[in-house]
Structure formats: C-alpha cells, structure tokens
Design a protein around this ligand. Structure first.
Ligand SMILES: Cc1cc2nc3c(=O)[nH]c(=O)nc-3n(C[C@H](O)[C@H](O)[C@H](O)COP(=O)(O)O)c2cc1C
Ligand code: SF4
Ligand code: SF4
Length: 442
C-alpha cells in the first residue's frame, strides 16, 4: 500500500492533506475533530497581535458562485483573521499539539510590519510546541487596508524583510503564504527565498465581487446596504493557483523552494495535480467548509489507490513529475496535428458541437440528414471546442495524425517526431532561425 506520509520542510504528517488557515482551523474544537477525521495537519486560523481582538462584521460574510446543479464553484469572503484572543488560541494550540503529536500544526501569523511585533508573536508561538509558522501575506480584504496581508505580499521587499525577521527571531520552519493579487507570483516567491523562508504556500484568496444585488444596487454580501470586495476561493480558483504553483516550481530562481499548494482542492485528483506540478503537500479550505471534515477520507483512499495503480510507493515519486512538461508557448510543437472525431454510437444528436463550431469556430462540423454530425477534416483546426461543449463524455475525441499522414486542411505532411518545428524554428517567425527552414527545403 502506498506510503502517504510527508515530510514538508521537516514537518512530518501522516498524509499530505492539511487544512488551510481559515474557519475550519480557528479553534480547538474544530481542529480536534479534523484530526479525528484524518487530516494530516492544519494551519491554524491566522493569529494577530495581543490586545483587543479583531472585530468581524456581523452581517453575511460570504458570497458565492454556483454551477447549474447548485454545486458551490466559488466562495467569496470578507472575514478577517481570528477574532478570538491570542492567549486562548495559544493555549488551545498547545493542548491540541500535545494530544496529536503525529499531526502537523502550523500557526498562521499576521502582525504589523515592525520587527518587534514579529519577535513578540514568534516568542508567544514558540511556547505552544507548534511545528512551524505560516506568514499570512495574502489576505486581500480588511487587513490589507491596515497595511498587512496582501498589502505586504504585493511588495517583495517587505516579504523579504519580514521573512528575514522571522528567521532571525525563531528557529521554527517558516512558510510564506503568497497573495495571487499580483502581476507576477515569482517576485514575492523569490523575495521569500531571499529572506530565508523555508517554503511558500499559495494561493490565498483572489480579490473579487461575486454578485450585485440589482434591487438594492449593491454588491453582495450586503452589510446594511453597502458591500466591499472579498477574497475568492473554491474550485473556480484551482486553475489560477496551479499555474502559479507551476511558475514558481519551474523558475530557476525558486527551483527547489518547497511549495504547499492551495486553491480549490476538493478531490484526491486535485491534490495529485498540484503535487505533480511541484507542491510538496496541499492545503484545503472551501471543500472542508462545503462537505465537512470527512471529505479527507476520500482524498486519502483515492490518492492511495491511484498511487498503487501507478506504482508510486511514496508521494516523492510523483511530486514535481509534471513540472518539466510545463513550458512556454513558443516551445510547443506546431507540427503536431489532431482532428476531432465524433462517435456516432454515443452521440445524442443535441447539436451543441455543430452550433459551437459553426458559429464560433471553423465551420468544420456538418449536419447531415437525421442530425448525423460529422467532422470535415479539411476544415477542422483541432481547437477542441466541440469536445468541451459536448454533453456526452468521450463522444468527441481528438485523433493524433501520425508522421507521414497529410493534414487535409493545410496539405502538410506530418513530419517525423524529431523533426518538429516550434515557433522558434517556424518560417513565419520573423525572428526565427532561417537555417531551420532551409534544412527543411522551405
Ligand atoms: C472564510 C475564509 C477565511 C479565511 N481566512 C484565512 C486566514 O485567516 N488566513 C489565511 O492565511 N487564509 C485564510 N483564508 C484563505 C484560505 O486559507 C485559502 O488560502 C483559500 O481559501 C484558498 O483555498 P480553497 O480554495 O481550498 O478555499 C480564508 C478563506 C476563507 C474562505
Ligand atoms: S475541433 Fe474545433 S474546428 Fe474541429 S470540429 Fe471541433 S470545434 Fe470545429
Ligand atoms: S455535442 Fe456531442 S452529443 Fe451533441 S451532437 Fe455533437 S457529438 Fe453529438
């Protein structure tokens, strides 16, 4: 049976599934139940400075986007960091860690950009026995307006400086949690590394307005007739998060920097995808808030079964395995040609593929008598829009043309695999390599 145990920057946990810093981890009661359900670790809900606790709104704090079946696709929140006292949180962390020594407990922190404030909170956390700290440089609402959260994460110099303070005042492993609300995620990741952080985690939530109440003419959630932007998370953000994880994993400047992947992870497959792109473990928030703590059991059994099927003995066997396959557009093979093929036995004759291709793609699907849909190979550009709009799985597939076959649309004979042209060698590229064209007789 596959070994799911992970060692993330020296923090051991029985599986790679951690709960992200958020409501599921904001108190002892929750975290104990999460551990009983099987979570390998938690990042405790972000703690702030000692003193009067944070005040949250007492109106609705969530907005949402749903699929047609009312499944939650995206969640928007305007919640702040913990609104419970620092002392109580610290006592609870200590008690839970004592009772669950084999689980990871990382404490998320957010205090003002002052060295003393960081030194003080680190001192306090060190008494709990927690396994590490995560610096919340990502929260995009409420705290950012006070000069913390994403206001820090958007300034690489601050990220570097604070990571440096944390390493100076503490010997706990330090994860920097990044905000996606930035043009290039590699910049704060590089800064975190320069500052001495042991890892980065990403993503925190994306700045968002999920809906506008058109009767009240007000963004939702509405607080006494007014709204504000929130932080977006859940399945809808997974593609954005995975791209950012891959960007950091494959950048030479951050290569090897451990990454904790976060953003829309709902199933074992989501987790495996993040890990294949370079995440050493994953963190989950919205899925636990939507389906409850026991969802981790499906994640554990699914990942374990998949690893057995693939012959992966430990998670290290597949972490980062897809990273080398992520490239820039200019390195893609422009001589790779596919054509759509419709399986008429599966087709339910709905005509979606026809409408999509006819109106918005390349008029490459013919509708014959009796609503028989066939692809015209001499028109198909292989965009695969039809595959994506077809309601029947595997009804339309893309067939790869073999070397020697002729693409009926362009008249090009598919070259041997080693003879491929990318944009860098393509004759239409004004900055391309002219010798590549000559050697091909063009
Ligand atoms: C209600 C709510 C509160 C959150 N609070 C925090 C927080 O205190 N600290 C933090 O670092 N991230 C916080 N997050 C962000 C999550 O930890 C996570 O980064 C984000 O939700 C993306 O993961 P998901 O798509 O699995 O939800 C919060 C998210 C939600 C929904
Ligand atoms: S792959 Fe694109 S061009 Fe080809 S049939 Fe489908 S929609 Fe039309
Ligand atoms: S979208 Fe799919 S099911 Fe509908 S007509 Fe096209 S091939 Fe058939």
């Amino acid at each position: 049976m596959a070994d799911l145990t992970t060692d993330f920057i020296g923090i051991k946990s029985p599986n790679p599934f951690w709960l992200a810093s958020a409501p599921p981890t904001d108190k002892e009661y929750n975290v104990r139940r999460a551990f009983e359900a099987g979570w390998g670790g938690v990042v405790w809900k972000t703690l702030g400075e000692a003193g009067p606790p944070i005040v949250n709104v007492s109106g609705p704090r969530y907005g949402a986007i749903w699929g047609a079946d009312r499944r939650l696709l995206g969640l928007n929140n305007i919640e702040l960091i913990t609104d419970r006292s620092l002392e109580i949180n610290l006592e609870e962390i200590k008690r839970v860690k004592q009772d669950y020594p084999d689980r990871a407990i990382v404490v998320s922190l957010m205090v003002p950009v002052e060295e003393d404030a960081w030194a003080r909170i680190l001192d306090a956390v060190s008494t709990t026995g927690a396994d590490g700290v995560e610096l919340n440089f990502g929260c995009p609402h409420g705290m950012a307006e006070r000069g913390m959260g994403s206001a820090v994460g958007q300034v690489p110099d601050y990220v570097e400086q604070i990571a440096g303070w944390v390493k100076k005042h503490s010997d706990m492993p330090c994860i920097v949690k990044l905000t996606p609300n930035i043009a290039d995620i590699r910049m704060p990741a590089e800064a975190a590394k320069r500052g001495g952080a042991d890892a980065v985690s990403l993503i925190n939530t994306i700045t968002s307005i999920t809906s506008v109440n058109l009767d009240e003419m007000c963004p939702e959630p509405m607080i006494d007739g007014m709204g504000t932007h929130g932080g977006y998370c859940g399945p809808a953000v997974k593609p954005i998060a995975m791209n950012m994880v891959a960007q950091i994993a494959r950048s030479p400047k951050t290569a090897g920097l451990p990454i904790s992947g976060i953003g829309g992870i709902t199933t074992w497959r989501d987790a495996a995808e993040f890990m294949a792109l370079g995440a050493g473990n994953v963190q989950v928030c919205t899925a636990a808030m939507t389906y409850g703590f026991h969802i981790v059991q499906e994640m554990i059994s699914g990942l374990s079964q998949w690893m057995d099927e693939k012959g992966y003995v430990s998670t290290a066997d597949f972490i980062g395995k897809a990273t080398p396959k992520v490239t820039d557009w200019q390195h893609l093979n422009l001589d790779y040609v596919t054509k759509a093929e419709i399986d008429l036995d599966l087709c339910i004759k709905c005509g979606r593929c026809y409408a999509a291709c006819e109106d918005t793609s390349h008029q490459a699907i013919e509708m014959g008598p009796g609503r028989v849909f066939t692809v015209k190979d001499d028109e198909c550009v292989a965009c695969n829009l039809c595959v994506n709009v077809c309601p029947v799985e595997d009804c339309i597939t893309m067939r790869v043309l073999e070397p020697g076959e002729v693409d009926l649309r362009t008249g090009m004979t598919i070259p041997a695999k080693d003879d491929k042209r990318t944009w860098l060698q393509h004759p239409n590229n004004p900055a391309g390599d002219p010798l590549a064209c000559i050697s091909r007789g063009q």
